[in-house]
Design a protein around this ligand. Sequence first.
Ligand SMILES: C[S@@+](CC[C@H](N)C(=O)[O-])C[C@H]1O[C@@H](n2cnc3c(N)ncnc32)[C@H](O)[C@@H]1O
Length: 224
Amino acid sequence: MRARRKKHLDERADNIRDIIVVQKTSEHLGLPECERYDVKTPFNLFSNDNPVELEIGCGKGRFIIEKAKANKNVNYLGVEIQLNVLITCAEKVREEGLENVKLFNCGAEILKYELPEKSIDKLYLNFSCPYPKKQYANHRLTYYSFLEIYKYLLKDGAEIHFKTDNDDFFEFSENSFIENGFEIVYKTRDLHAENPIDNVMTEYEQKFSSLGKNINKLIAKVKL
Ligand SMILES: C[S@@+](CC[C@H](N)C(=O)[O-])C[C@H]1O[C@@H](n2cnc3c(N)ncnc32)[C@H](O)[C@@H]1O
């Protein structure tokens, strides 16, 4: 469900143009292919050569902000299609004074035109929308067309960390990774039972685990 448009949203977004550095709608994909490219190198974005980790569907940013605070020598890129929620993330990044976070307000569909090939060291998909109806399967962020974009963006050997509370979506995603040239290097159907010390909880993860729901996680890598 779409969040309600926040008050003075565009004005607030104008005040954080240095953090939300891309703002594009899906209409961008209506342009001829050669006019879609607007590639920013990680060096352009962060003015350093540190590794870059990407979270797609970062929501209000709890996860990416915790990661960025704990790992100042890693750059974090958050992508979120809804400005209404991304604005909260951007304002927290400003409050915390985090120089190692930049945000894109666009759909994952557009990333191929915004970032260079083999530029990403790790990708996080946290509680992506499951789109349970079959006719919307192509919107799932683990659908094969998205996996092709990730293959283009990820460096050789880079990992995708995928977490979800939705068991059917987890099974769909595991099969999608395997059928599209990835290997699964880690998998659990109950992440919290394993008590992983390095797990950073997202907003949705907190909500679902507090309701007693098991959290599924897998790590996938492109087969070389
Ligand atoms: C269920 S929320 C999870 C938010 C956060 N990752 C968490 O775990 O708390 C999924 C988020 O993905 C965003 N999203 C859905 N499809 C997207 C797409 N194609 N590109 C970028 N973001 C997308 C939604 O707007 C939503 O904020």
